[in-house]
Each structure stands twice: as C-alpha cells, then as structure tokens.
Design a protein around this ligand. Structure first.
Ligand code: ASN
Length: 306
C-alpha cells in the first residue's frame, strides 16, 4: 500500500489534478457552447468495440447474458444519434482494455482509462476535425491561463497551437520516416497534429472507389508523446459492414443487435473519435508515463495495488 499512499500524498499530484480539472472544465464548456450534447456512459454491454488487436476477455455472465466491459462506446455513440433533436453527442467514457503487458512500457497505455468520445451526425471528416481543433485549442488556452502556478511548479511550458492543426497523410509520413512514422512525426512536431488514413476497425469508413483508403484519422501530441485521439467516418451500410467484418474474421454472432440495426437502416451516417483524458493530462503536465497522472493507475501487465 506504500506506493499508493506516497502517490496520493505527493505534492506533484496536486498540480496534476488541478491541470486535469481545468482541462475537463474547458472541454465541457467548449462542448456546451458548440451544442454537443453530453450523455452518460455505459460500462457493461452485450456488444462493444472489437478492438482489432490482442487483448484478454473482460466480460461477465449476468442472468444468462454475457456482458462486456466497454472497450469504446462506438456503437452506442452511433445509435445515440438516432434522436432527431440533436446531431452532436459526447460521453466521458471509462474504457477497460485488457491489453498485453508489453504495452506497459509505452508510457501511453493504461488498461483502464477515460476518453471523451464524440460523434457527429451528417457531418464530414473536415467538420469533425475542426470541432476537435477548437476543443484542443480551448483546453490549452484555459489551462495556460488558469494553471500558471501549477505549470511552473511542474516545469512545464505550453503554447496554444495555431489552428487549423497540421494534417499529414499516413502514406506521406511512411515514405518520409518508414514504419515508425507515428513516433518519428510526434518527436519532430511542436504542436498537436493529425495523421489521416489508417487501416483499422471494420466500422471505420473505407473509400468506395479507392480500396484501402480509409476516411479516418488520429491526433498526435508532439514532443514524442504520441497518439491522442483516434476516430473516423463510419461505415453505416449493412453490406459494407458485413464485408469488412468478413475481411477481418470478426465473429458476427457477437454483433447481432448492431447488425440487425444496420440491416434495418438504423445506423445514422456519422463521424467521430475519442480522445484519451489521461494521455492529454500527461502531455499538458509533461509527465513521463500516463501512470504518473493517475491516482490509481492500471498499467498493462502490472498488478494493481489498490
Ligand atoms: N473512440 C474511437 C472512435 O470513436 C474508437 C476507439 O476508441 N478505438 O473511433
């Protein structure tokens, strides 16, 4: 218990939590002013993000139903936009991803974390990117203004990035830096930036003409801090979803209700993404590892102390 108590009493944690509080307030204020409606997250569901990379199962049986801890609210975000009264929604969504222990050393991974998960209806990729640009700039401006003493105590200097944030194509960066282009670009850049077009989950929209071109993106923190947000335009047509699931060998039985909704034409045309809160606070406060900004960190491969 000693490690936990030391962490809880650490004066550095005071500054980090103040910065986090300011950043969260800036996000909520920005969303409110931008007419993005907030809804409450779900933590257990029969269907959740497949997460197309290795991880352990995190599900329970409850009254004869298999319920999974949320890996992301992607499907719930899409369906939430069936409501005709608003076209923008966000959740502060706790996610549990029991990823492999090797990720414990990246500095960016917790197996339990929170993301601000945003989805917009009938909007383009560019419109989504502009919303996120505005959110990031307002977080920086507010934190710099409100947390001067905390940033000084942490030895952290920040600047409000100029908008629009720069946008790179993944292929352009791969040609310049090779396969490790994400880390290389993150080390090189001085402000947050976007990279577009990654081959990823079945729900990320693939161009109907340019096969292998994905209308998705990530935001990266600069100075080597790496990935901040990922998202994309979404597949919403049943045939495309089934084709993409088949290509990825996704177990369709695990997505029965989602597929039923898609077959009924009930998935709205949306675009969105999720930005990791702990990663953002790590960057704002200049910490080495996401564990350093969490009161009770859950690091892949490590035993939880409390
Ligand atoms: N939240 C992300 C999205 O909206 C998905 C994820 O967390 N992997 O695409």
């Amino acid at each position: 218990m000693q490690r936990t108590v030391r962490r809880l009493k650490d004066a550095k944690m005071t500054h980090i939590l103040r910065v986090q509080s300011a950043a969260l307030k800036a996000i909520h204020d920005y969303m409110y002013e931008s007419d993005v409606v907030q809804a409450m997250p779900v933590v257990l569901s029969p269907e959740t993000d497949p997460l197309d990379h290795p991880h352990f199962d995190a599900s329970v049986e409850y009254y004869g139903q298999r319920l999974h801890l949320t890996k992301s609210m992607i499907f719930h975000k899409q369906l939430a936009l069936l409501n005709g009264g608003f076209d923008k929604i966000y959740f502060m969504s706790p996610n549990v991803r029991l990823e492999e222990g090797g990720l414990g050393g990246t500095g960016r991974h917790l197996f339990e974390f929170t993301q601000v998960d945003i989805e917009l209806k009938e909007k383009s990729k560019e419109e989504f990117m502009a919303v996120v640009d505005g959110m990031i700039a307002s977080v920086f401006a507010f934190v710099i203004r409100e947390c001067e003493d905390d940033l000084r105590a942490l030895g952290r200097e920040l600047r409000v990035p100029e908008l629009p944030l720069k946008v790179y194509e993944s292929e352009e960066l791969r040609a310049r830096y090779g396969d490790g282009f994400e880390s290389a670009a993150s080390l090189k850049e001085k402000d947050p930036f976007w990279i577009t077009n990654f081959k990823r989950e079945f729900y990320d929209k693939e161009d109907s003409v340019r096969k292998g071109y994905y209308h998705n993106y990530d935001v990266f923190w600069p100075e080597g801090y790496g990935e901040a947000l990922s998202g994309g335009e979404r597949e919403f047509e049943y045939e495309n979803i089934v084709r993409k699931m088949t290509e990825r060998k996704t177990d369709m039985d695990s997505y029965r209700k989602y597929l039923e909704a898609a077959r009924g034409g009930l998935i709205p045309r949306t675009v969105g993404g999720g930005l990791g809160i702990e990663r953002m606070v790590r960057f704002l406060t200049g910490q080495e590892h996401v564990r350093d900004v969490a009161l009770f960190p859950r690091v892949p491969g490590e035993h939880i102390e409390f």
